[in-house]
Write a protein that binds this ligand. Structure first.
Ligand SMILES: CC(C)(COP(=O)(O)OP(=O)(O)OC[C@H]1O[C@@H](n2cnc3c(N)ncnc32)[C@H](O[C@H]2O[C@H](COP(=O)(O)OP(=O)(O)OP(=O)(O)O)[C@@H](O)[C@H]2O)[C@@H]1O)[C@@H](O)C(=O)NCCC(=O)NCCS
Ligand SMILES: Nc1ncnc2[nH]cnc12
Length: 291
């Protein structure tokens, strides 16, 4: 078809409610994806004995207002301390809903900050695109995020990151999420442009993220050997053609079994994939056109 005859893109102005709802839907996108190595899905509980997809659904339900609230705080250009209070309260609601199990701590942090950045862009009347989101994050809360990396984490992942000299979730945020913006989002967008289904595109984006991210969950559960094993497995998977290849699903299922046998779970990569799915839902240049 001649490009000039393609339907014109309609600019759709989103609200804080739309942006927050997209975060909940993106977490569902991630949960519903299968096969994904070691992670919980509707198929099974992967490497986890204390939680399943129902635990994640309860957590999602408990968090649905949080993402709208933190976006509204961003829209009000609230200080970092207000975002943090909102995140800590959301974490408490998540733990109450799951009986004390950590399902979405990383997502509360990462997606929460992104929703706040989107709110700041709404207020400025600026277009929502990945570059603008990154700049808004740096401009409004970059200094506070950098200062935050000097705190010593008492969480298992944070301690493992410190022990092995890895980039923790806090440090990834202070750098305005390089793996998300430079690896996960381009991998998802490129796979969709090549015509892959949403499922195959998300699998490729997850593996691209796993190959690159210093996932503190992998380091906490499997030490540096576990993290390096997962990164190499992800690189090998993509080098063999990824989800687009004839063996793409079978190879991803085989890696799922391998990760379960090793008790490995790339929770940080899962959160990063959810953040990329959220961007696909809200950003004008990578969002599917309105019908
Ligand atoms: C700022 C905090 C998020 C803590 O920061 P810290 O620097 O200590 O971070 P990490 O421990 O490295 O990461 C915290 C969670 O973030 C995900 N993650 C891991 N690596 C990365 C990475 N490199 N980049 C980005 N994100 C990353 C991960 O979360 C996911 O995995 C969790 C499930 O793992 P699982 O192994 O099952 O569970 P555990 O309970 O940890 O252990 P075991 O069961 O094995 O015993 C799940 O949460 C996923 O989401 C890391 O766990 C922070 O906690 C904080 O301060 N929060 C409050 C403030 C806030 O949220 N503010 C928001 C707005 S400012
Ligand atoms: N689907 C999933 N399974 C296990 N940990 C996770 N952290 C975020 N998403 C996850």
């Amino acid at each position: 078809m001649n490009a000039a005859r393609l339907p014109a893109r309609r600019a759709v102005r989103l609200s804080a409610a739309d942006i927050g709802r997209a975060a909940t839907l993106a977490l569902h996108d991630e949960l519903a994806l299968a096969p994904k190595p070691g992670l919980v899905s509707f198929v099974d509980s992967g490497s986890h004995s204390d939680m399943d997809a129902h635990t994640f659904m309860r957590s999602l339900f408990a968090l649905r207002h949080y993402f709208v609230q933190i976006c509204a705080l961003g829209e009000a250009h609230a200080p970092f301390e207000a975002l943090e209070r909102c995140g800590i309260a959301a974490e408490a609601r998540m733990l109450a809903a799951t009986g004390g199990i950590n399902t979405h701590r990383g997502a509360i942090f990462t997606l929460g900050l992104l929703c706040a950045a989107a709110g700041a862009l709404l207020r400025d009347g600026a277009p929502l695109d990945p570059q603008a989101l990154r700049q808004a994050l740096r401009r409004h809360w970059g200094d506070a995020l950098a200062a935050r990396t000097r705190r010593v984490s008492a969480l298992p992942g944070g301690m493992a990151a410190r022990r092995h000299g890895l980039r923790s979730a806090s440090e990834e945020a202070a750098l305005a999420f390089p793996v998300l913006f430079e690896t996960a989002v381009p991998a998802l967008a490129s796979a969709l442009r090549r015509g892959l289904s949403a499922q195959r595109a998300r699998i490729d984006a997850l593996f691209a993220t796993m190959a690159t991210l210093d996932d503190s969950n992998l380091a906490h559960r499997g030490g540096m050997a576990g993290l390096r094993h997962a990164q190499q497995a992800a690189r090998g998977y993509l080098a063999q053609g990824g989800a687009a290849s004839d063996h793409g699903f079978a190879a991803a299922r085989a890696l799922h079994r391998d990760f379960v046998a090793r008790r490995l779970s790339p929770g940080g990569a899962a959160d990063t994939l959810a953040a990329a799915c959220w961007m696909r839902r809200v950003c004008e240049d990578i969002r599917p056109p309105a019908p």
